[in-house]
Design a protein around this ligand. Structure first.
Ligand code: PMP
Length: 360
């Protein structure tokens, strides 16, 4: 039976990449040892990371104005790193809030710097909506503007990018990076924990405008210091080498299969199939306003909550795993990142339809 894994993260990875990693697991590049067993400062590893960065730069069209860092600590590590590196004494960090992860970033940021949270979300009649970017009340004095373009738990996506005349724009792209084309120049920092569209957990990609490395910020651990990591090629200490290697393989695979443009189409098609089905059904519902529905994480609710357990059990028996919604919001959630094939979406919709007919 084919198993489709809808986990929000760590998420499924492209099977082709997993097979290649399996093939070279014990013998990487004919060295007779695994990539996990070589020094991060050895020539083959350094060549791999150089190509990994070049590949990501091609995929996202990242200019020389930016450093690309491969850091530890996942998304939450950056919740601390951003205020520590960008703090200014006389300006608050602005946090746009529209869901659980952006709220989490605000709470962490408040430990280090003055923060101002701006709520852009409304929950009316059981429907979640967000204010368009053009209506966000951004103050003129800000050390940075932090926002989360894709709220993984809430299933809310922001498709436009905020602009500010002088404050850097910082985006937590943990669950949306490489899923659609963006203009990196519209941002000043993009960060993303790897475990959704990039590779295994333990690695976080940080794309940072070089000019920001000049900021003094606050005293901070070297491991969270952008300037130190940039200077040392992201090797201030031993990096998560296996995760880095696998990320390089995912990037290679994405380049070989049409890049981000092709992936964007693929993702739009997948999300459309699932949302169309949910919208037509009176058994399932999604509670997010259509213009801000996530293309990566699709939360949905059964009209009768008491059927949740049966739904999850039967789904699992049909090879559809990890569909349980986040404990904070309940219901179901299908995470349909880059690696999820259209077949997986079709199998899910077929199952949902069958389950609805049997329980209506
Ligand atoms: N930001 C977003 C948008 C996320 O989805 C997550 C994890 N799901 C995080 C931050 C936290 O990431 P990590 O567990 O890697 O710290």
């Amino acid at each position: 039976m084919t198993v489709y894994n809808f986990c929000a993260g760590p998420a499924m990875l492209p099977p082709e990449v997993m097979k290649k990693a399996q093939q070279e697991f014990l013998d990487w590049q004919n060295l007779g040892v695994s990539v996990m067993e070589v020094s991060h400062r050895s020539a083959p590893f350094l060549a791999m990371v150089k190509e990994c960065e070049a590949s990501l730069r091609r995929l996202m069209n990242i200019s020389d104005e930016f450093e690309v860092l491969f850091m530890h600590g996942g998304g939450r590590g950056q919740f601390a790193a951003v205020p520590l590196n960008l703090h200014l004494d006389d300006a608050p960090g602005i946090y746009i809030e529209n869901g659980i992860w952006s709220n989490g970033a605000t709470i962490e940021g408040a430990k280090f710097t003055n923060v101002e949270g701006i709520n852009i979300r409304s929950d009316k009649d059981g429907f979640f909506d967000i204010k368009p970017v053009s209506q966000w009340p951004l103050p003129s004095n800000a050390s940075f503007i932090h926002y989360c373009p894709n709220e993984t738990i809430d299933g809310i996506q922001i498709f436009d990018v905020p602009k500010h005349p002088n404050a850097p724009i910082v985006a937590d792209m943990s669950s949306v990076i490489l899923s659609r084309e963006i203009n990196v120049d519209d941002f000043d920092i993009i960060y993303a924990g790897a475990q959704k569209n990039i590779g295994p957990s333990g690695l976080c990609i940080v794309i940072v405008r070089k000019a920001l490395l000049e900021r003094e910020g606050l005293p901070r651990p070297s491991i969270l210091d952008y300037a130190i990591e940039a200077k040392l090629g992201s090797m201030y200490n031993t990096p998560p080498t296996f995760a880095w290697y696998l990320a390089a393989e995912v990037f290679k695979h994405l380049e070989a299969t049409g890049g981000v443009k092709a992936m964007e189409k693929h993702n739009e098609t997948k999300a459309a199939i699932l949302y169309d089905y949910i919208d037509k059904s009176d058994f399932y519902s999604n509670k997010v306003a259509k213009h801000c529905r996530s293309l990566m994480n699709v939360p949905f609710w059964l009209k009768d909550d008491s059927l949740n357990d049966a739904f999850l059990k039967q789904a699992e028996k049909s090879g559809l795993v990890a569909l349980e919604g986040h404990r904070l919001v309940g219901g179901m959630r299908a995470s349909i990142y880059n690696a999820m094939p259209i077949d997986g979406i079709e199998a899910l919709v077929t199952f949902m339809d069958k389950f609805a007919k049997e329980h209506s």
